[in-house]
Design a protein around this ligand. Structure first.
Ligand code: SF4
Length: 511
């Protein structure tokens, strides 16, 4: 859609002989997907929303030629009934804090000069010229940054283990194999700000003593792949990748590896197998990748969003980063907000924001006057947050406590019309499909669990089946080899915990 609008805009500019005077910049995602495509006209910064190719003519003739705003394309706030001209003034952004997404929608991701103009590669220069490796680790430790890919492992610790491992070769890997249904956080960062990831990987390489990195990205993300290729080429040309970076002894280079879309390849050891050219199946741990990873060498695997925070921590200081968030979960978290919500899109919130704030203040509430019922975080690995926990501050610890998990950041909102048993079934079908089959508890256990769920939804279940399901869930959690199997029962367990009445209703309806 955006591409068609750009084509129409170019045509109108040509007709009005404005091609030399107006520069069209294709950015990454602004976040407010529900109002897209969005166009912002500079220098005034006025934005138009839900633009279509047919609107290009009016934008050029009225705004660019006559200096008049195109009223019908301006954003009207539903609550205040006012027109809001600046994108960041819309309520959608009021409670957000953009750290990982800072440049998305702001710079041309295909121009390294624009990244540099917003302090890009300054953190790498600072680290290489002024920091010892231990000082980088101390900075990360003080920031409290934890992995944004799911489990929330402290980033400094992962890097410390790899630094401490003695080897002639080490690797830095960016895990961009985003596979959760409804999640598009990594894609947006890579499409909107690829240099942020490259810079952070170089900082990681300096810190652990690695000279080679790989970005493992889904082949289904062609724009991200293309922009990464451009960014890597530009980074090499500018000398921020390659030999003697900033005149130092430090050398680091990067390559892309494309994933074929298997969900399990987002598990870090399966990802390593895939890069090595093997079938993507998880490895038993220990040894952990930081000790024995890619090709048997010490390796760190970091998620896209984790990396996108690194340069800001170096430049603005760990105290600045730690000033957002809750006691044990510092900084911000990006969520892909979808489902029954007005403002679907990409949001970045300080840790500790409540689900109510996300749904009502940022998300604009539930459409059609319906009531909030639950939200699923963490995709197929996560669980449902019910109305009971609507005001619980979202962070790693609290989500675990209430039976969900942060996961990589999918957040799907459900209203009163959603059947929670169907939701659990949907996610379980996904994990059954994506299980690599290497271990029995996951390969067989999730199938048996799905059969029980199907029996219930078809009206043939019994109350004893609920006990069997719960027992099977614990067995799968405790005995599966990797995170995919260990977390697969979460949607079933959390819906059983908060919505058992809906399971019982399915069972009793048949009587
Ligand atoms: Fe494969 Fe599932 Fe076992 Fe993980 S838990 S190794 S995905 S079968």
């Amino acid at each position: 859609k955006s591409g068609e609008f750009v084509d129409a805009l170019k045509e109108e500019l040509a007709k009005n002989k404005l091609t030399d005077q107006v520069n069209i910049v294709k950015t990454g995602c602004f976040g407010l997907c529900a109002q897209g495509p969005i166009v912002i006209i500079y220098p005034e910064g006025v934005f138009y929303h839900q633009v279509q190719p047919k609107h290009a003519k009016k934008i050029v003739s009225d705004h660019l030629v006559k200096g008049k705003l195109v009223e019908k394309l301006l954003y009207h706030d539903n609550d205040s009934k006012e027109i809001i001209n600046k994108l960041m003034d819309t309520p959608f952004y009021h409670k957000q804090k953009r750290v990982a997404l800072r440049n998305c929608g702001r710079i041309d991701p295909e121009k390294i000069e624009e990244y540099i103009a917003f302090n890009g590669y300054q953190a790498l220069a600072k680290v290489v010229n002024e920091y010892s490796r231990d000082e980088v680790l101390e900075t990360l430790k003080a920031s409290g940054l934890r992995g944004r890919g799911g489990a929330g492992f402290p980033t400094f610790m992962k890097w410390s283990f790899a630094k401490a491992s003695i080897s002639d070769q080490k690797y830095v890997i960016c895990n961009a194999d985003e596979g959760d249904p409804g999640a598009f956080m990594d894609r947006s960062v890579l499409e909107g700000d690829p240099h942020a990831v490259i810079e952070a990987m170089a900082i990681a390489g300096y810190t652990i003593g690695a000279s080679q990195g790989y970005i493992y990205v889904r082949a289904e993300y062609p724009i991200a792949v293309n922009r990464l290729k451009i960014a890597i080429k530009q980074a090499r040309e500018q000398g921020v990748l390659g030999n003697h970076i900033f005149g130092s002894d430090f050398s680091f280079d990067l390559d892309l590896r494309l994933g074929a879309g298997a969900f399990v390849c987002g598990e870090e050891t399966a990802l390593l197998e895939s890069i090595e050219g093997h079938r993507g199946e998880p490895r038993p741990r220990p040894p952990f990748p930081a000790v024995k990873g890619l090709f048997g060498k010490p390796t760190i695997v970091n998620n896209v969003e984790t990396l996108a925070n690194i340069s800001q921590i170096i430049l603005k200081g760990p105290e600045w980063f730690a000033s957002f968030g809750s006691e044990k979960s510092k900084g911000t978290k990006v969520f892909a907000l979808g489902g029954k919500i007005q403002n679907t899109g990409l949001v970045e919130i300080p840790m500790g924001t409540t689900l109510r704030e996300i749904v009502e203040d940022i998300g604009g509430g539930i459409p059609n006057g319906k009531r909030f019922k639950a939200a699923q975080t963490g995709g197929p690995s996560g669980g449902c947050i019910s109305q009971v926990n609507y005001d619980v501050p979202i962070d790693y610890e609290n989500l675990k406590e209430i039976g969900s998990m942060m996961g990589s950041g999918g957040l799907i909102v459900m209203d009163e019309d959603n059947c929670m048993v169907d939701i659990a079934k949907f996610f379980l079908e996904f994990t059954v499909e994506e299980s690599c089959g290497k271990c029995v508890p996951c390969r067989v256990g999730t199938k048996r669990l799905l059969e029980l769920l199907e029996k219930i939804t078809m009206g043939n279940g019994t109350l004893e089946d609920l006990d069997k399901m719960e027992e099977l869930c614990h067995h799968i959690q405790e005995n599966s080899l990797c995170g995919l199997g260990q977390t697969a029962p979460n949607p079933v367990l959390s819906t059983l915990r908060y919505f058992k009445d809906e399971y019982v209703a399915h069972i009793e309806e048949r009587r």
